[in-house]
Design a protein around this ligand. Structure first.
Ligand code: ADP
Length: 493
């Protein structure tokens, strides 16, 4: 069975399709093999899950196709791992789950990915079509259940349509605002055999088309920035996902602007950059008169953009790929709809035409520097305390001392995450993974497994450090076993 599937995969897709029309080949291929081949064709490289009836054969076929399959202890953690692959690579990972409870466990992971705007594909086995509504084993309305947690949720109507549904799921997960997609596979599809030539594979979907902001809006944004008395850039995880680090850093340095990263925006520009005002976060938010948002929503993380955390007349310039996001909670001064990387380049061109710098000796910079200095001194004082039990600052100070610059930092918990964020430094983009937009606890070990697999595959020798509150750790604690069997040498605890 595998020989047939792998042989047909080695063919170029166009040749496969041509063969289907011409040579009358009677070779058979199973539903599981079609799924694996369709995923491989869409450049899916990682699959996480828990196998059982009816999806075991899908995992086996995927492995034979060269997709890395990692068996986990809970579908939720498997989903977290797959979604982290999507964030870190820009190409979705797959979470493979069994019907009913398996799929329900994965809903938390889907919701988390969707809330974070991270690409993810969930493939769920479901009960046989012939037993639908009869009380079949683990029967559940899975396609409907997933709609609330995904951008796209569908069941192929036949084995022959599996490749186009998988292509659509992968494409939907990365086009526009990224998110989760669900593909439902009835049990009777998995081992059903069809003529190999009856299956037409879709070509790998293209990378997302790049959209740019209107030129007039770019001019307006540049004018608002030039006229700002107290400007601030906020760098969110959308900028990290967009791989906009080079452009945003140029903008910050060319215009000498202060910037503030959101938790997962940390590292887009290194935390120790002189223009980073994270140590004066509250002050910066409260008194800025112009704020440029690069891929960060005005949700709870940014206090909705409203007073008393902000000036009532602060001017927001929003850069986002999602039109529906623009204007949420506040009326922005300028909206720049487009890919952050492309929009940043447009802004840079504007400032190239008419160079401008925010004066480094302004009273705003002075205020921010003073506040940073006093806050840093307070943290240092806490970190130097030798009382037992140790306070968080002391612990994190010593951890930070040991951390390699290029490590991934995975963090969750309440104080553990909040205080840890202020002490543990990120120097590289997409190297911090935490509870995110949904504030989900239990994500850490799944995220860490994904990061370690990538470090291993890329042969970077990077370490992954999990800084976990005990309660957060408990949600997915059994995944330590997955770590031990998958990639133990990449972890520091
Ligand atoms: P944070 O949690 O760091 O504040 P959010 O998750 O709230 O960040 O916001 C990320 C935003 O980035 C989302 O609104 C999303 O639509 C946007 N986004 C994601 N990818 C891109 C991209 N390539 N270009 C522009 N915006 C993007």
């Amino acid at each position: 069975m595998f020989a047939r599937a792998s042989r047909s995969f080695r063919w170029k897709m166009s040749e496969t399709n041509r063969a289907a029309c011409s040579d009358g080949d009677e070779e058979q291929v199973s539903g599981a093999e079609v799924i694996a081949q369709a995923l491989k064709t869409q450049d899916v490289e990682y699959m996480f899950g828990i196998v059982g009836i009816p999806v075991t054969e899908i995992a086996v076929a995927a492995q034979k196709m060269g997709i890395r399959y990692v068996g986990m202890r809970n579908e939720q953690a498997a989903c977290y791992a797959a979604s982290a692959i999507g964030y870190l690579t820009g190409r979705p990972g797959v979470c493979l789950v069994v019907s009913g409870p398996g799929l329900i466990h994965a809903l938390g992971g889907m919701a988390n990915a969707n809330m974070n705007c991270w690409p993810l594909i969930v493939i769920g086995g479901s009960s046989e079509r012939s037993q639908e509504t009869m009380g079949a084993f683990q029967e559940f309305p899975q396609v409907e259940a997933c709609r609330l947690y995904s951008k796209f949720s569908a069941r192929p109507s036949s084995i022959e349509t599996i490749p186009s549904i998988i292509e659509k799921a992968v494409r939907s997960s990365i086009y526009g605002r990224p998110g989760a997609c669900y593909v439902d596979i009835p049990a009777d599809f998995v081992n059903l055999q069809v003529n190999v030539n009856s299956v037409r594979y879709m070509e790998c979907c293209m990378p997302p088309p790049v959209s740019m902001a209107e030129t007039s809006a770019i001019c307006m944004a540049a004018t608002v920035i030039r006229n700002a008395k107290k400007p601030l850039l906020i760098i969110g995880k959308g900028a990290a996902y967009a791989r906009a680090e080079e452009g945003i850093r140029k903008l910050v340095e060319r215009c000498k602007l202060p910037f503030l990263p959101t938790p997962m925006g940390k590292g887009v520009i290194p935390d120790n950059h002189p223009n980073c005002v994270a140590a004066a976060r509250s002050r910066a938010l409260q008194f800025a008169d112009v704020i440029v948002l690069f891929g960060a929503r005005l949700n709870w993380i940014l206090h909705f953009g409203l007073p008393p955390r902000y000036q009532p007349d602060v001017k927001f310039i929003q850069v986002d790929i999602c039109a529906e996001e623009l204007g949420n909670n506040v009326k922005p001064a300028v909206t720049l709809l487009g890919d952050i990387n492309a929009v940043t380049k447009q802004l840079l061109e504007q400032f190239d035409k008419t160079p401008w710098q925010y004066p480094p000796e302004s009273s705003w910079w002075k205020t921010l520097r003073e506040k940073m200095k006093s806050n840093e001194a307070a943290s240092k004082e806490l970190a130097s305390q030798k009382s037992l039990p140790m306070n968080y600052y002391t612990v994190f100070y010593h951890i930070q001392e040991q951390l390699p610059r290029d490590c991934f930092v995975v963090s969750e918990g309440a104080n553990t995450m909040d205080i840890g964020r202020t002490v543990l430094q990120n120097y590289l983009p997409r190297h911090r993974l935490d509870a995110g937009t949904f504030g989900t606890m239990g994500v850490g070990l799944g995220f860490a497994i994904a990061a370690a697999l990538l470090a291993k595959a890329r042969n970077t020798g990077q370490r992954v450090i999990c800084v976990e509150g005990d309660s957060a750790f408990g949600f997915s604690g059994m995944e330590v076993e997955t770590i031990c069997t998958t990639c133990p040498s990449f972890f520091w605890w």
